[in-house]
Write a protein that binds this ligand. Structure first.
Ligand code: SAM
Length: 741
């Protein structure tokens, strides 16, 4: 999909140079001397001792912890009913057998669930990444984590990285107060299912600097709020300036199976003006209910994992990023709805990248913004409050008390706006509501975050009302003029509307306007009811559609309104795959990798209920060349299959699992042949489903472990015929591409 022209990868940004804060080495090999890098930097010590962001009596503990490797942390992805089962497996199978195991330092290995993360879904084990990769004792856990990460059931994510989405408090229904018919005309879709859905689920969230996307997945999960029995109508727009890193987002998105995600590729500080369909079918400015502003930063909170930051750290890094961070945050606030919340976060402990940005925003937009206290969203998390004083430092390790002291040669690097607020300002700004997480408090990385509520449309003290009227230009735009012709204060940095996009050239996103001929066949074959065909899109203009993708109505409206001026990289879950040449009445089959769970609720035909033994038998039969004969299945299943013509089917196994209150429904896409059946599931999904059914996964695990520790698997392929997508995901999972912070 999409014509990839790597040579033309010019997206007009210098994102990579800006420091992604997550190590930013984009999957390149770590330096050979990675382990030998000296974990010491005198400039760092001087800087942070002076800033006093670490309580003086804790310094020794802090610096000692910073020099140690980071423990392993992971999160069970939360909106699937399966999460509860997987949590049980994590606890009872994979984290139980460490009773006598010890770390390199001789400490006992103790897994613990993160107390501030809901439902015991996030875990930290005091094994380092190095130990878990090296030692066969831990290989089982390692391979479990990798295979579940590949299929999207687990997210390898630093503990501190899980915090911003929690405090952003994304709800499925921020827009519930809007009138039902307004939402109708907005999505321009008026069928019964959408009618019901948009009424109760509609929130729009922007993730400004999203790659590789672990926080994006959390935001998407929160749109469902634990209810996976219906399609969420919310939308997350996940953006990143780095074109290559946007494709890491695509990989993440595929694993999450969400029709609610759009991936865009822009410099977030000049994100274009976006529109949506208003109550009367007109275009209005799109403003978001929630914005996550997880900016590129110097990343000195990640030194326990990205050891090379020790070497690269210098006093100028933070100063150089301040202006970009400020502009990204300001654009985020411009795109936020009044009363909406934006979380600003960095994995840097540096006040110049942290409190100084918030001060600058609060100074520029007095009365429009408020830092809010969000400690109650993460009960049990230990944080220290934001600081109110700090001293900018130049590269040559000199500190400055006020802007007048800055020598000419550093005047472009250290700006007046980087200095701390006056005591009066500090009190009014509530910087104490900012949260800093210190590594030695909970054996984590370092992190900073603050939640800002937008009280009213932004009006800068620097521009002021132009003609004396007491209204912001943002209000003028929203009330009086069509959004697409006005450049107002909020949008003053918006580049011209007509855009020439660089980077990979994506195929277009073409929604079905009318009932396409292929849709009629699909509808009849699968007995589809209640799914509006206008939510389906294809990526080719030809009459003969290839794969069909499904999005929610909010995403459709976003694409319809913005495809011309926003560079969209990806959206939609693969729902139906063309399978010409197969002996079937329908030229499309269902797609397991993303669509089946979303689609199942609409299907009235081709769904075959399985007994556990049948489910296990089908899943174990991993060799597609040698399908399972129908005769191996129970009589009831054989009878159900007899009623069906050859072609795509969904096998469903419903069960009540131990410790899980509700019935869990596991679905796998398959093919019904003349006398046999097969499952069309990727290896990672197969292992995941086997695990959930309580089946034996050792065959697949042994393949991985043997490959890892020397004995190549039978086919010499440790990924066990992994698809390209699986291999990409595997890289993220195995942290060849660094895990997000
Ligand atoms: C700290 S990382 C984000 C991690 C991400 N939120 C997650 O949880 O996986 C910062 C990201 O900002 C991106 N970036 C750098 N400059 C940017 C800009 N001007 N606009 C948007 N994104 C930018 C980098 O490519 C990088 O992916």
């Amino acid at each position: 999909m999409g014509r990839r022209n790597r040579k033309r990868n010019r997206d007009g940004t210098n994102a990579a140079k800006n420091g992604s804060g997550d190590g930013g080495n984009d999957g390149q090999k770590r330096p050979e001397h990675y382990e030998e890098i000296l974990r010491e930097n005198q400039g760092f010590n001087l800087y942070y001792k002076t800033q006093k962001v670490i309580p003086e009596d804790e310094w020794d503990n802090f610096i000692k912890t910073m020099a140690t490797n980071l423990p392993v942390a992971f999160r069970i992805t939360g909106f699937r009913a399966e999460a509860d089962i997987l949590r049980g497996i994590v606890k009872d199978v994979y984290l139980k057998n460490f009773a006598a195991a010890r770390t390199d330092d001789g400490n006992l290995v103790i897994p613990k669930s993160l107390p501030w993360y809901p439902r015991e879904l996030a875990w930290q084990v005091n094994l380092t990444r190095q130990m878990i990769r090296r030692d066969e004792v831990f290989a089982k856990l390692h391979h479990f984590l990798i295979s579940e990460t590949v299929c999207g059931a687990i997210s390898r994510q630093e503990a501190v990285s899980m915090i911003p989405p929690l405090v952003l408090d994304v709800q499925p229904n921020h827009k519930v107060s809007r009138k039902r018919n307004q939402l109708f005309s907005r999505s321009r879709i008026q069928v019964s299912v959408i009618d019901e859905l948009v009424d109760s689920f509609c929130s729009e969230v922007l993730d400004m600097c999203a790659a590789p996307g672990s926080k994006t997945t959390q935001l998407l999960e929160m749109l469902y709020a634990g209810d996976d029995t219906r399609m969420s109508e919310g939308m997350v727009v996940a953006n990143d300036a780095d074109n290559k890193r946007c494709y890491m987002l695509v990989t993440q998105a595929k694993r999450l199976n969400s029709p609610n995600l759009v991936i865009t590729n822009h410099d977030a500080s000049v994100l274009p003006k976006m529109t949506e369909t208003g109550p009367n079918g007109e275009k209005v400015a799109l403003k978001f209910d929630r914005v996550l502003c997880d900016v590129p930063c110097s990343g000195d909170g990640t030194m326990r994992k990205n050891v090379d930051v020790w070497k690269k750290w210098n006093g100028a890094n933070g100063n150089n990023l301040h202006w970009l961070q400020f502009r990204i945050a300001r654009r985020g606030l411009e795109l936020l709805k009044p009363d909406g919340i934006m979380v600003y976060s960095t994995c840097s402990l540096n006040p110049i990248e942290d409190e100084a940005i918030l001060c600058r925003l609060l100074k520029e937009y007095p009365d429009c913004l408020e830092i809010i206290d969000v400690a109650d969203k993460v009960p049990g998390l230990r944080t220290v409050p934001g600081v109110t004083t700090w001293k900018p430092m130049s590269r040559d390790l000199k500190f400055y008390e006020n802007p007048e002291e800055i020598p000419e040669k550093f005047s472009s690097q250290i700006r007046a706006a980087m200095f701390p607020p006056s005591p009066e300002e500090a009190a009014a700004f509530h910087l104490d509501r900012c949260m800093r997480i210190l590594p030695h408090h909970q054996d984590t990385g370092g992190f900073f975050l603050a939640a800002i509520r937008k009280l009213k449309p932004l009006r800068s003290v620097n521009s002021g009302p132009k003609s004396g009227e007491d209204r912001s230009s943002e209000e003028v735009q929203e009330k009086e003029k069509p959004a697409d012709v006005v450049a107002d204060e909020d949008d003053k940095m918006t580049p011209p509307k007509k855009r020439r996009f660089f980077g990979f050239r994506e195929d277009p996103f073409i929604y079905f306007n009318q009932e396409e001929p292929c849709w009629k066949t699909i509808k009849d074959f699968f007995g589809v009811e209640g799914l509006d065909h206008r939510l389906l899109l294809s990526r080719n203009r030809e009459e003969k559609k290839k794969n069909l993708y499904l999005t929610c109505a909010a995403v459709k409206d976003f694409i319809d309104c913005n495809q011309e001026n926003v560079k969209v990289i990806n959206t939609g879950i693969k729902a139906f795959i063309r399978c010409d040449g197969k002996n079937s009445d329908c030229e499309f089959r269902l797609a397991q990798e993303v669509g089946v769970n979303e689609l199942l609720r609409f299907l009235n035909k081709r769904v075959v209920k399985l007994q556990r033994e049948d489910a296990l038998a089908i899943l174990r039969k991993h060799d597609l060349e040698d399908p399972l004969q129908n005769s191996a299945l129970c009589d009831e299943t054989q009878e159900a299959l007899k009623q069906l013509s050859t072609g795509s089917v969904v096998f469903v196994y419903e069960t009540k699992m131990k410790d899980v209150e509700k019935t869990v429904r596991l679905a796998l896409v398959g093919w019904k042949g003349a006398a046999s059946v097969r499952a069309y599931v990727a290896k990672s999904d197969r292992v995941h489903l086997l695990r959930l059914c309580g089946g034996d996964t050792s065959y697949f695990e042994n393949l991985d472990i043997e490959a890892k520790f020397g004995n190549k698997s039978a086919n010499g392929d440790s990924a066990g015929n992994a698809t390209q997508e699986e291999q990409d995901a595997l890289k993220v999972a195995a942290e060849e591409i660094p895990v997000a912070v």
